[in-house]
Design a protein around this ligand. Sequence first.
Ligand code: KIV
Ligand code: NA
Length: 273
Amino acid sequence: MRNKSQFLRMKQEKEKIAMITSYDYPSAKMAEAANVDMILIGDSLGMTVLGYDSTIPVTIDDMIHHGKAVTRGAPDTFKVIDMPFMSYHISMEDTLQNARKMYQETGAQALKLEGSGEVTKAMESLVEAGIPVVGHIGLTPQSVNVLGGYKVQGKDRVTAERLLEEAIEIEAAGAMAIVLECVPRQLGEMITSRLSIPTIGIGAGKECDGQVLVYHDILQYGVDGVPKFVKTYTDSNHILGEAVQSYVNEVKNRTFPEEKHTFTMDVNMLPGE
Ligand code: KIV
Ligand code: NA
């Protein structure tokens, strides 16, 4: 399994960090088999596997339930888990208790928190307690209703400057890496060059030290459409949908099961009439 020092070295040596989300046992096994550097147990699971329309309804128990399954599927991969909506805003004590529970019970190697300001202080406390932390700025989906929708952040002087300051502040708080979501690539590049910790981009350009995408998006698995920054690598909706339809059709028209799927016995052994 990789560790914090290796991720730093990867940045220094310009070796890209490949990260993908994972929410359950099969996706975790697949990610580990593909040698991803980091798995993100993202609260995007609210949408991808629980069917909510944002990450806001996701609870700590949801995260732990899925996080444990990911750990069983990818025991040897570095796993980052999202602290969900409002689980790190109420008080420092509440934050630390939630963080302890998520960290100990899932076996993830780091926690990810969205935002800056007060959140940066929470990050400092977690690091001080011995819990590695990953930041997340730019488009922060837990604040979608404050941001006014899912849109690119930091396109003007003021907001670009603020994002750079936030990134610097998060590094100073002791974060081991930072996710940059939905920012112009020029800003992604500038933040990447100004920080010594790795930047992991999602819609933040190729100059980031690493990239992260949502598992269900790259596979087109259960998702209706994908954002501009996603590259899809297959069409699971189509491929898997056809397979399920074929099964249903074959049951209906008696094509399935065939002889090879069937057990037999000596008919003399059947009970008498
Ligand atoms: O939950 C998630 O999938 C994320 C990524 C989009 C970075 O936080
Ligand atoms: Na997330």
